[in-house]
Design a protein around this ligand. Structure first.
Ligand SMILES: [Zn+2]
Length: 173
């Protein structure tokens, strides 16, 4: 289960497989570069509002079309994970927010993307009215105990951590 390129992204020559450092890696026949393959970085958002409700989105893209998930997406080459999660939240739901804290990093095996690294953030929304945007057909607030479970294992874990923190915070008020 590896994503394999046929041609070198640096010089365009063919790539072959070679055992390097005990792994079957892709190496360029011409320029000799080893093409390391790594998990794709992505982010997800556990978003809450003034009422302590949490935001869930319904996916309008594969993988997991039509399933519930947290807002989020892939980190662009020129942005930080923090910028990524706030941008994705806005693109998918029209909501702006403030990052309260990081929730952790989880792996996610994927048929489409092989392997992902997903950084979760707890975000306080600064408005109340989500409108579904890119990649999302539906976005809605739920009481934490009534929220649908997100489809991805990484989102499940990060969502659970976020809810635990929110619950403790709400009890303090
Ligand atoms: Zn090359």
């Amino acid at each position: 289960m590896t994503q394999t390129k046929k041609y070198c992204p640096f010089c365009g020559a063919r790539i072959k497989k070679r055992n390097i450092e005990g792994r079957n890696r892709s190496v360029c026949e011409s320029c000799g570069r080893t093409l390391y393959e790594n998990p794709l970085p992505a982010t997800c958002a556990v978003v809450f509002n003034e009422l302590g409700q949490v935001l869930m989105t319904k996916r309008a893209v594969e993988p997991a079309y039509g399933e519930w998930a947290l807002a989020g997406g892939f980190v662009e080459i020129d942005e930080t994970p923090q910028e990524c999660v706030l941008r994705e939240l806005y693109e998918e739901t029209g909501l702006r927010g403030e990052i309260i804290r990081q929730l952790g990093v989880e792996g996610e095996k994927s048929e489409m993307y092989v392997n992902l690294m997903i950084a979760g953030f707890l975000i306080k929304a600064d408005s109340e009215e989500p409108r579904p945007g890119d990649d999302v057909s539906y976005a809605e607030w739920f009481d934490p105990d009534k929220a649908p479970e997100p489809v991805f294992e990484s989102h499940k874990k990060l969502f659970k951590i976020g809810i635990e923190i929110l619950t403790v915070e709400l009890m303090r008020r």
